[in-house]
Design a protein around this ligand. Structure first.
Ligand code: SAH
Ligand code: TYD
Length: 406
C-alpha cells in the first residue's frame, strides 16, 4: 500500500486512469516507440485530507530545457498576474527595499510586474527554455528546483523575503515538505507566502478531472493546506477564490501568530465540510461522474463521426492529455488540435498521437465542431472566435457537462 506524501498514513486509490503519458509530452513520430507512461491513480488521505497521485514521474522528465508550457500564451493570464502583483505591491511590501521570490516563475509573466516597478525580485525556474525568456526580459532568475536548501542559499545571498509567490506550481511538487520548510526559512517574521493552484472543491463540483495529470501531484483544499503549513509553524491567514484554470484558490500564509487570520478561512473550511471534501464517498461519486462524462463525450464524438462531421480540438493543453487518453479519443474522431504555441506545433499529442497544428490551419479551414480543450480560457477564446460561431461552427465542451454550446 502507498502512504500519504504529507502525513504518511496508508492511502488507496479512488480512481485509476490507467497508464498515462506526460501531460506536456508532445512528441515526434520517431519518439513514439519509447514514449514514457506511468500508472495514474489518485488517492484521498482521510487522515490529513490531501488528494494526490500515488505515483509520480521523475521531475527531470517533466521540467527541462524543452518544457512546452509558456505562461505568456494567454493574454488573460498576463492580466491576472498583473492584478496579483499589484495586490502584493500595494498591501504586502511595507518596508524599504522589499524582496520578492517566485517559485515556478516560467517566462516571467508575474515577476515582470515587479521588475517594471524596480522591486528586488528573484525567480526560481528549473525549465531552462522558459527561464531564458524571463532572463531576456531582464527578470532575475535562477534555473533550479526550489527546495529548503535553495531557500537557505537565497537567504545567505539576498536576505529573507517579504513575499514568496507561486502560481500553479505548489501542487506540482511531491517533495512538498522541503518546499514548506524552505518557505519558513525564507520568509521574514512578518512576510507572507501567496500561492494559487486549481482548487479541489471546483474539480469535484465540476467533474473537471482533466486537472489530474502527471504534473499535478496534488489537488489542494484549505483543510489540507492548513494541516501542511501547521507542521512548520505557519498558518493560512486568508483564502481568495480565483476563476483561473477553471477554479483556483489563492492561499495567503504567514508565520503563526504574526498576522491576523481573516474570517473567511474558517468560512471556506466550513464550506468544504458542507460539500463533503472530508468524506471518502465524495471521491467514489466523483469517479462515477468521470465515467459518465467519458461515456457521454465518446457517444457524442462517435455520433458526429458517423454523420461525417469534422471535429478539431482547440488548445493542446496538458489537461487534454487526460481527457484524450482516458476517454480513448483517436485521430479518426478528432482530426487535429489547434494550438498557438510554436514548440507544440508539428508534434503529436501524448499517447493518442493526434497531430498538433498551428492555429492558422483552424482559421483557414473551419471544422464543423471545435472541441474546447482549453475550456479554462473560454471567455478569451469565445471573444476571439466569434467568426467561427457566426459561420455556423459549434463548440463542444465537457466541463461541467458534455454539451454542444448554442
Ligand atoms: N507560474 C506559471 C507557470 C506554471 S507551470 C503560471 O502560473 O503560468 C509550473 C512551472 O513550475 C514550470 O515552469 C516548472 O518548470 C516549474 N517548477 C516545477 N517544479 C519546480 C520547483 N521545484 N521549483 C521551481 N519551479 C518549479
Ligand atoms: P492552459 O489551459 O493554460 O494549460 P494547461 O497546459 O495547464 O492545461 O493551456 C492553454 C493552451 O491552449 C496552450 O497550449 C495555448 C493554447 N491556446 C490557444 O491555442 N489559443 C488560445 O486562444 C489560448 C488562450 C490558448
Amino acid at each position: 500500500m502507498k502512504s500519504c506524501l504529507i502525513c504518511k498514513s496508508p492511502i488507496e486509490p479512488f480512481i485509476n486512469f490507467g497508464n498515462m503519458p506526460l501531460g506536456n509530452g508532445f512528441l515526434l513520430p520517431e519518439q513514439f516507440g519509447d514514449e514514457y507512461h506511468f500508472p495514474m491513480r489518485v488517492g484521498f488521505c482521510a487522515a490529513c485530507g490531501m488528494v494526490q497521485l500515488l505515483d509520480q514521474p521523475d521531475r527531470e522528465r517533466m521540467f527541462h530545457e524543452n518544457y512546452a508550457f509558456f505562461s505568456g500564451t494567454s493574454r488573460y493570464m498576463a492580466h491576472h498576474f498583473r492584478a496579483f502583483a499589484d495586490q502584493v505591491i500595494t498591501s504586502r511590501l511595507p518596508g524599504k527595499d522589499p524582496f520578492v521570490v517566485e517559485m515556478g516563475s516560467n517566462d516571467g509573466i508575474m515577476l515582470q510586474n515587479f521588475a517594471a516597478s524596480g522591486i528586488r525580485h528573484l525567480g526560481i525556474e528549473p525549465s531552462k527554455n522558459v527561464a531564458q525568456v524571463a532572463i531576456e526580459k531582464g527578470i532575475t532568475t535562477i534555473t533550479d528546483f526550489f527546495d529548503a536548501d535553495v531557500a537557505r542559499r537565497i537567504v545567505a545571498e539576498h536576505g529573507q523575503a517579504d513575499a514568496f509567490l507561486a502560481a500553479n506550481v505548489m501542487c506540482h511538487i511531491p517533495y512538498l515538505h522541503s518546499i514548506v520548510e524552505g518557505i519558513g526559512i525564507l520568509l521574514k517574521p512578518t512576510g507572507v507566502a501567496m500561492f494559487e493552484d486549481p482548487y479541489l472543491g471546483d474539480v469535484i463540483e465540476k467533474t473537471s478531472y482533466d486537472q489530474i495529470y502527471d504534473e499535478h501531484t496534488f489537488l489542494f483544499s484549505v483543510a489540507s493546506i492548513s494541516y501542511l503549513f501547521e507542521q512548520y509553524g505557519m498558518e493560512v491567514i486568508d483564502v481568495q477564490p480565483q476563476t483561473t484554470h477553471g477554479g483556483s484558490m489563492r492561499y495567503v500564509i504567514a508565520h503563526k501568530g504574526a498576522l491576523p487570520v481573516l474570517p473567511h478561512v474558517a468560512a471556506q473550511k466550513k464550506k468544504e465540510q458542507d460539500i463533503g471534501l472530508h468524506l471518502p464517498e465524495t471521491y467514489s461519486r466523483f469517479r462515477r461522474n468521470c465515467e459518465s462524462s467519458r461515456e457521454h463525450l465518446m457517444a457524442l464524438l462517435r455520433d458526429l463521426k458517423s454523420r461525417g462531421k469534422r471535429v478539431v480540438g482547440y488548445g493542446a493543453t496538458s489537461k487534454s492529455t487526460t481527457i484524450i487518453n482516458y476517454c480513448g479519443i483517436t485521430p479518426d474522431l478528432v482530426e487535429f488540435i489547434s494550438d498557438t504555441t510554436p514548440i507544440k506545433q508539428g508534434k503529436f499529442s501524448p499517447g493518442a498521437h493526434i497531430p498538433v497544428r498551428p492555429y492558422e490551419e483552424f482559421v483557414q479551414n473551419y471544422p464543423d465542431f471545435a472541441l474546447l480543450f482549453a475550456w479554462n480560457h473560454v471567455h478569451e477564446i469565445m471573444e476571439k472566435e466569434e467568426s467561427f460561431r457566426v459561420g455556423g461552427g459549434k463548440w463542444i465542451v465537457y466541463v461541467p457537462q458534455v454539451a454542444i454550446l448554442d
